[in-house]
Design a protein around this ligand. Structure first.
Ligand SMILES: C[S@@+](CC[C@H](N)C(=O)[O-])C[C@H]1O[C@@H](n2cnc3c(N)ncnc32)[C@H](O)[C@@H]1O
Length: 401
């Protein structure tokens, strides 16, 4: 894109250095050093506030950086750029993205159609349209249902096998949402949408309070129903002899919520055993590292349970780490290692110790990406006379007999 500064200038006038500054800004922009690029674009805009090209570049960099306020700020610049550069598909695409992020969905679709007509790649346009459709639905859902005491995770992601099933899904959802609002609740999050359910766990004030306190990321905030299932299993365990166990506690969030709600620190005769690697070395191949894995995570988890003498945080590889430190009797067992071999190893050692009537929750059991867990754990349990109930959350539940 050719960029000119409209001021008149002679050779060696400021325009030369402005063009140099622009080249440096574009280099930063391309290298995704958005802070640097944005600082220079702002200086350039002070000299040439009407330059459509710099308005475009600045707006584009703001969308890419996404600091607080960037999304709102990007829109007037991209609108200015699009007034002149309305024959350039990248400009119309950036405008569509900014409009979408600013929740102006109808205009976003219009800008996208223009970009498409100007020759933007079909693949990019399809991707953008998908984002716009999803953002529109998320917005509609949040607006209409949050007020009815429903649960909508801050961001939700849905994986569809193909575009056709995705389109059908959104059409059906749109039809359902266009019905008059009743007082029924919906749950959306964690790849789960449930309409017209009572969602009684939302009425558990202690659970909701502790969940809000301990969850931080959008992914964690989506898991309320899973945590409610765990809490139910743990509650059953309070009537049985034995300790509580979680294999794969990661940041200790779900266990901490259970402890808060059940006041587990008063259960002085019981221990809560929490196992994890906490840190993933480069050679780690059995489980992918997650954002919080680090040399400090184990201490962060210890800190989370600092007020509980009966929490045991054990760092090491399951099942090896179980041999050194494992309860005799278990009243509640949660296995969440995302690693079939380690989970089977844990089952071999722990399942026979689970008290009759005790609940075992196998996280991710029904999730397609972790299909191997079901394929191997189901026959293992069947051979011991136990059936796994696959729950809508994707967890598997077993009642020990
Ligand atoms: C999905 S996370 C667990 C999330 C956690 N249960 C919760 O509710 O927040 C899976 C955890 O399993 C741990 N993990 C995987 N393989 C392991 C192994 N063989 N031994 C110990 N921990 C393991 C990982 O380090 C990771 O922190």
């Amino acid at each position: 894109m050719a960029i000119s500064f409209k001021k008149k200038h002679t050779p060696n006038s400021p325009s030369t250095s402005l063009q140099d500054m622009l080249a440096i800004a574009v280099k930063h922009h391309q290298a995704e050093n958005f802070d640097e690029a944005i600082t220079i674009y702002l200086k350039l805009l002070a000299h040439a506030p009407d330059s459509p090209e710099i308005n475009y570049l600045y707006g584009h960099a703001l969308i890419a950086r996404k600091n607080d306020g960037d999304i709102e700020s990007s829109l007037p610049y991209l609108e200015t750029a699009a007034q002149t550069l309305n024959n350039q598909s990248p400009v119309m695409l950036a405008l569509a993205e900014s409009l979408m992020l600013n929740k102006k969905f109808h205009l976003a679709n219009e800008a996208l159609s223009k970009a498409e007509a100007l020759g933007a790649s079909a693949e990019t346009c399809e991707k953008c349209r998908k984002y716009i459709t999803q953002a529109t639905m998320e917005h509609t859902i949040q607006e209409r249902y949050l007020s009815s005491g429903s649960y909508v995770a801050p961001e939700f992601y849905l994986d569809f096998p193909d575009t056709l099933s995705e389109t059908c899904f959104y059409q059906t959802l749109e039809e359902s949402l266009s019905q008059p609002i009743t007082d029924h609740r919906i749950f959306i999050g964690d790849n789960l949408i449930a309409l017209s359910r009572t969602l009684s766990f939302l009425d558990d004030a202690k659970l909701v309070e502790s969940f809000q306190k301990h969850t931080e990321t959008a992914a964690e905030k989506a898991t309320l129903w899973r945590v409610a299932v765990l809490l139910w299993g743990a509650r059953q365990g309070l009537n049985l002899p034995g300790d509580f166990v979680e294999c794969g506690c990661y940041r200790g969030i779900s266990a901490r919520i259970i402890c808060d709600v059940l006041n587990f620190k008063q259960q002085e005769q019981r221990q809560y055993y929490l196992y994890d690697l906490f840190e993933h070395s480069d050679q780690e191949t059995t489980h992918h590292a997650m954002p919080a894995h680090s040399s400090t995570l184990v201490n962060e988890v210890r800190q989370r349970f600092a007020d509980m003498k009966n929490a045991q945080i054990i760092q090491g590889r399951v099942p090896d780490s179980l041999h050194d430190n494992m309860p005799e009797k278990i009243a509640f067992l949660h296995i969440d290692l995302n690693n079939v071999a380690a989970e089977l190893g844990a089952l071999e050692l722990l399942f026979e110790r689970l008290s009759p009537g005790g609940i075992m929750i196998l996280d991710d059991y029904g999730w397609q990406p972790y299909m191997q867990q079901r394929l191997q754990e189901e026959p293992w349990l069947l051979a011991r006379g136990h059936y796994v109930l696959e729950l809508p959350t994707g967890q598997g539940m077993v009642i020990k007999h």
